[in-house]
Design a protein around this ligand. Structure first.
Ligand code: ZN
Length: 576
């Protein structure tokens, strides 16, 4: 009631409506529901422009014409699309240099509750400016448009030969059922944004599954005869030399695909099970591997620390996590950033290969049979004098001591490592007898631990209120009255309620104290204390911020950060 009166008063004072019109409008609005301002505008009683200007003047908030305003999309994306669209708001700038004040354009600056919620969500203080709703909408459209441009007509699928020619997957005239089936399956997998297509032999049929955003989904069955034909076709493909980009392992090969404008790689791996050959077809897409570093999913203050680490001239940056936690995407994105920003000479050592990237000089151990071990391959790489050395997925080799050696000779080194948390990685490495403690303590810039959580589908995101048990599980009882989001399931997300993934990150930056403690061989509990002193937050707390921002769900964060405390996840800073 208070709000309604205030808006009415403002408009009356500004001479935009008279007493009677206001009273009538209030009555009508009571029957229809909704906001008074919306009613006045839709009924043509007040021009939206005039109303907003009057409001802005009255509450002492600037009126901003967004059309004349250049908005950084990275800033706009601080708030999730669904929250922006639902409330007709858009983040447009930082109000201060430190990035602690977020300026948000809204058409209803009286909505103090919303402002308060936004500030809780982002951890920033929020200052409103007033803008016209249509302008806010077109800004949101331009910022969030990229994901939406779904192709209306299904593009055709081609193979791309080594010299760049496109070759039909199905040769005209000789197409078989298996050819057509394979084409159909791959097209469907691409359309569903699957990471891989899995063909699993059962006793009497072949089970087809897709892995989407890290989860397996059953898709269809194929009778045994077709399955044998499918396998024969894949084996035949592996012999077409002009198409094969790489044969990293036995019975595994990589071909390039063209799907409309998009180019991607298909890595086919075959393995014999007791019921027959199992095939896994990984679809490697550039936008999954190389993203702008600002789009990896770092929250603002974590990104500030990360930025310091990734722009250091030399030293080792470790990126850890379990499998499917997005480590490769992170190191590729950083290396790509360094290439773009400083024209850095990037060299990588990877086995198996991630994506083929033209401007990385990628080394593959099995391509170079004389690389007997990590020592020799790293030494050979260093003789080429790269600025940036990327070491990824050398799970069989002791890569960290070698990475440290490269850092010690003055390179910037990115290295992935299997560990659940940053502190876990620290302890594990300190336990490695091959690790030179001094080099480790002095050459390591920091350790990043990460997970991927699924993003709530923006098409079907809906508000819901978790029950107390759920809130308790994630230690968020203080948010009983808060609007949480989840996906209801729609066509766009194939009923899962999720679409795409985003990272949650824990960033440990080595400081002098920690370095000294490592050298002094301090006790674990003292090390943990020193790590906490650096201000590192645990992954779950980071995940909570994503929940509050409406980007992911409690379930996702709980699953991905399970057991973190047992593994020295680090301080539990309260979310918010
Ligand atoms: Zn959906």
């Amino acid at each position: 009631m208070f709000r309604k009166l205030r808006l009415g008063d403002v408009l009356r004072k500004a001479g935009l409506i008279d007493e009677k019109t206001l009273a009538d409008a209030l009555d009508a609005q009571k029957q229809k529901g909704g906001k008074l301002g919306e009613y006045l505008v839709s009924a043509g009683l007040v021009r939206e422009d005039d109303m907003l200007k009057a409001i802005a003047e009255q509450v002492g908030v600037p009126f901003v014409r967004l059309k004349h305003y250049a908005v950084d999309p990275a800033v706009a994306r601080i708030l999730s699309e669904d929250i922006c669209r639902k409330n007709h708001i858009a983040a447009i700038a930082f109000g201060d240099r430190a990035g602690q004040v977020l300026t948000v354009a809204m058409d209803d600056p009286f909505d103090l509750e919303l402002i308060d919620n936004l500030s809780k969500m982002t951890g920033l203080s929020v200052t409103p400016v007033v803008s016209v709703r249509d302008d806010i909408r077109s800004l949101l459209n331009s910022v969030f448009a990229v994901e939406k441009s779904a192709q209306p007509v299904e593009p055709e699928l081609y193979l791309v030969s080594r010299n760049g020619d496109t070759v039909p997957l199905v040769t005209e005239g000789v197409e078989s059922m298996a050819d057509l089936l394979l084409e159909k399956l791959i097209t469907q997998a691409i359309r569903e944004n699957a990471q891989s297509l899995i063909m699993e032999p059962r006793r009497s049929y072949l089970q087809i599954k897709f892995r989407i955003d890290g989860f397996l989904y059953d898709r269809t069955h194929v009778p045994v005869q077709q399955y044998l034909a499918l396998l024969a076709m894949l084996r035949d493909l592996s012999t077409r030399e002009q198409l094969i980009l790489e044969t990293p392992f036995d019975e595994s090969f990589v071909v390039r695909l063209a799907f409309g404008e998009e180019r991607m790689e298909l890595r086919v791996g075959l393995i014999e099970t007791v019921l027959g050959t199992k095939a896994v077809l990984h679809l490697l897409r550039r936008d999954m591997y190389i993203r702008d570093v600002s789009e990896l999913g770092f929250e603002l203050e974590a990104f500030e620390i990360f930025e310091k680490l990734m722009t250091a001239p030399e030293g080792l940056l470790l990126v850890c996590g379990s499998s499917h936690s997005g480590k490769t995407t992170t190191v590729y994105s950083v290396a790509n950033y360094l290439y773009r920003a400083h024209n850095s000479f990037v060299m990588s050592i990877e086995a198996p290969m991630g994506l083929l990237v033209d401007h990385f000089n990628q080394l593959h151990p099995t391509r170079n049979p004389d690389f007997e071990n990590a020592d020799s391959i790293v030494l050979r790489a260093l003789r080429q004098d790269p600025d940036v050395l990327l070491i990824d997925r050398l799970s069989t080799l002791d890569s960290v001591p070698q990475a440290l050696f490269a850092a010690a000779v003055g390179k910037f080194v990115l290295c992935t490592y299997f560990a659940e948390t940053a502190f876990d990685a620290l302890l594990h490495l300190l336990d490695n007898p091959k690790l030179d403690r001094y080099t480790f303590a002095t050459q390591t810039l920091g350790i990043v631990a990460q997970r991927l959580v699924r993003r709530i589908c923006s098409k079907c995101a809906t508000v819901y209120h978790p029950n107390l048990e759920e809130l308790q599980k994630v230690d968020m009882l203080d948010y009983r009255d808060y609007d949480f989001y989840c996906g209801a399931g729609c066509e766009e997300c194939f009923g899962t309620g999720y679409r795409g993934q985003t990272g949650i990150f824990q960033v440990l930056r080595f400081n002098r104290e920690l370095t000294e403690m490592i050298l002094r061989r301090s006790a674990i509990k003292d090390l943990l204390e020193a790590v906490e002193q650096t201000g590192m937050m645990n992954l779950r707390s980071r995940g909570k911020k994503k929940i509050l921002a409406g980007l992911t769900t409690i379930d996702e964060v709980l699953r991905e950060t399970y057991g973190e405390e047992r593994l020295y996840g680090g301080p539990r800073t309260a979310a918010g």
